[in-house]
Design a protein around this ligand. Structure first.
Ligand SMILES: Nc1ncnc2c1ncn2[C@@H]1O[C@H](COP(=O)(O)OP(=O)(O)O)[C@@H](O)[C@H]1O
Ligand SMILES: [Mg+2]
Length: 265
């Protein structure tokens, strides 16, 4: 279960010395207040995969962190299944942008981390095995992360998130750093996984094609201070393919236009 209600979320940061200089210089001139999100209003349906698109620095990660309870909004509130979010919640799992596997643990041990509170050793073993099979890493349980390719690491991270059977999954640019083909394969894998488990899933991507291939819904944010400038349910059947679906191509041109690159397609 994972119905997310984002109510009138606003967020600003007061300028902070620890921030990257580039951001500081620009925003100090504007009074040291960084207005990130404004009036964000969204209801995400249980089981949907929603893709967030928007320019770099507009506040996508900030919004994910607020939804996951890692960050407090300045205004408004988020509820998950009608419960206000006040702190991180084990039912809402974050798959980070950069590799989150612990390098000194094997794949199996990494996946078992999510189940550390589970009592029965036997049930635990078979559950880990089941999820390693789902992501096709059953033969790599005893390998260490440095022995895996980029795509395999991402699959292990996915197994670690899914094994907990969370109500929802949050992915922040999950394909960053993968080569082109691995990116395509992982994307297909996430779509299949979503079809299978039907978890409420939030994916931030800067790739319009990712959003079009994956999303049940696409939400686009403006430059900072960020507001929602596009929000649409995408109900093309799957698997989706640009060659055979002219409507998908039309929407693609529309999204490129909206993100400021009208001649890219
Ligand atoms: N902890 C923080 N303190 C101050 N400013 C921050 C902090 N985190 C993010 N920001 C600023 O908020 C803006 C949005 O950041 P972010 O949510 O990471 O954007 P995105 O994920 O869309 O690229 C950026 O300008 C960033 O510098
Ligand atoms: Mg980000």
């Amino acid at each position: 279960m994972g119905h997310i209600h984002i109510q009138n979320i606003g967020k600003y940061y007061l300028n902070n010395r620890n921030m990257p200089r580039s951001t500081q210089d620009h925003d100090v001139l504007q009074g040291g207040k960084i207005d990130v999100l404004r009036n964000i209003e969204l209801q995400l349906e249980d089981g949907d995969m929603t893709c967030f698109l928007g320019p770099s620095g507009c506040g996508k990660t900030t919004l994910l962190r607020i939804i996951a309870g890692f960050e407090k909004p300045t205004e408004g509130r988020v509820s998950i299944n009608a419960e206000p979010v006040t702190q991180p919640n084990a039912n809402c799992i974050f798959v980070f942008q950069q590799g989150g596997l612990l390098p000194w643990m094997t794949v199996k041990e990494n996946v078992s981390l999510g189940l550390r509170n589970m009592a029965a050793e036997e049930g635990k073993e078979s559950r880990i095995k089941e999820y390693l099979e789902i992501v096709e890493l059953e033969d790599f349980g005893d390998h260490y992360p440095h022995q895996l390719s980029g795509g395999m690491k991402k699959r292990a991270e996915l197994a670690r998130a899914l094994v907990i059977n969370p109500g929802m999954l949050i992915m922040d640019e999950p394909f960053t750093g993968l080569d082109f083909l691995t990116h395509m394969k992982m994307r297909e894998e996430v779509v299949n996984m979503h079809e299978y488990f039907k978890k409420t899933t939030l994916v931030v991507t800067h790739d319009i094609d990712d959003a079009l291939i994956m999303g049940d819904r696409i939400v686009i944010f403006s430059e900072r201070p960020s507001t929602i400038i596009f929000d649409r349910k995408i109900d093309f059947s799957r698997p989706r393919n640009f060659e055979s679906n002219p409507d998908l191509n039309t929407l693609r041109s529309e999204l490129f236009f909206m993100l400021g690159v009208p001649y890219a397609v």
